[in-house]
Design a binder for this molecule. Structure first.
Ligand SMILES: [Zn+2]
Length: 333
């Protein structure tokens, strides 16, 4: 029966692991420290560059160095390669490479996946690298815009409050499939998932209400954010359909053009799904409904109507932003 490997043997195996050299610019002889990644890649770097980027490394390198004569002797536990001290890092080479590129005077790397982005952000925070944190956060946000649920989940699992909020905001501008399963869901509690859904629902409710003419507030007013009814869809001849129940907007009882009512219904549904300014910015629903009207006056003044629609949408966007700024994701960490 073969003997199990002894402790000494497994240590020998570990020592024999092949050390690889990092690619340029981290392979220069002029380096004065080697950062060895957890997957055994040596990054030759300059202490001064790291010290500028990170108070953590600045403190590490400001510790008194042993004189040359005592290096490699028993009391110096530092490992050396080519006379350069080696610092063992817990980060893998992929993370370390990206982290160092942000510190070095080379082009900032584009991080390929959300997972790598988070690992680099985590390392940048650990080493107190303010500039790197800011740059990687930008990349996190653009990832979150593409994969808001995954971004929310990684932020929850790491206890990153800012990133949780940003990822939650990103769910507002995408068409979400809330019933779809993604494997990452297993990593968070039902509570964290509930809070994200509750945030989305609250935004959906509040933002779609801005264009809801069927639900007046306690003063009997709809669209209370409108300060005037001097818009062509309230004043045109076509704006008095007997079929429409009059409502109070801007504290004035009114009816509005059927094409505009249809436009509002359409926008309300869109805002329920995507309660975000982008829903208005990216939509030409107003123009489409105007194009379908049979009102001769509205058709003959189409250009001016469209300009008014743009103006109305500008005000609506401001209101959407205001409403959203008052709603916050609940966070528990
Ligand atoms: Zn008209």
């Amino acid at each position: 029966m073969p003997e199990p490997p002894s402790q000494a043997n497994s240590n020998d195996v570990a020592r024999q692991k092949v050390i690889r050299d990092a690619p340029p610019p981290f392979n220069k002889r002029a380096a004065d420290v080697i950062l060895r990644s957890s997957d055994h890649v040596d990054f030759r770097v300059r202490q001064s560059i790291l010290a500028e980027s990170s108070p953590f490394f600045e403190a590490m390198f400001s510790l008194p160095q042993l004189p040359e004569s005592r290096k490699r002797k028993e009391r110096d536990e530092t490992e050396y390669r080519d006379g350069i001290p080696i610092v063992d890092m817990s980060e893998g080479s992929r993370v370390l490479d990206a982290l160092l590129r942000f510190c070095y005077p080379v082009e900032d790397p584009a991080l390929p996946y959300l997972k790598v982005t988070c690992e680099v952000l985590e390392a940048a925070r650990k080493f107190d690298m303010t500039y790197v944190v800011a740059q990687v956060k930008k990349q996190f946000l653009s990832r979150a815009a593409q994969q808001p649920l995954q971004a929310y989940i990684v932020a929850v699992t790491r206890g990153w409050v800012d990133e949780m909020r940003e990822a939650a905001k990103c769910t507002l501008r995408r068409e979400m499939r809330w019933d779809a399963y993604i494997p990452e869901m297993e990593q968070i509690s039902a509570g964290a998932w509930y809070r994200l859904r509750a945030y989305h629902s609250a935004c959906s409710e509040a933002v779609s209400k801005l264009v809801d003419t069927t639900q007046p507030n306690e003063d009997g007013v709809v669209m209370e954010w409108l300060t005037t009814t001097q818009w062509p869809w309230f004043t045109c001849l076509c704006s008095q359909p007997a079929s429409q129940k009059p409502y109070t907007a801007a504290r004035i009882p009114c009816r509005s053009a059927p094409w505009w009512e249809d436009y509002l219904k359409d926008v309300k549904l869109k805002l329920k799904d995507r309660p975000h300014r982008a829903t208005i910015v990216e939509s030409d629903a107003g123009e489409q409904h105007l194009d379908r009207t049979t009102c001769r006056t509205c058709l003959s003044q189409k250009i001016s109507r469209k300009m008014h629609l743009k103006e109305f949408e500008g005000l609506l966007i401001q209101e959407i932003d205001k409403v959203m700024s008052r709603i916050q994701l609940e966070v528990r960490i």
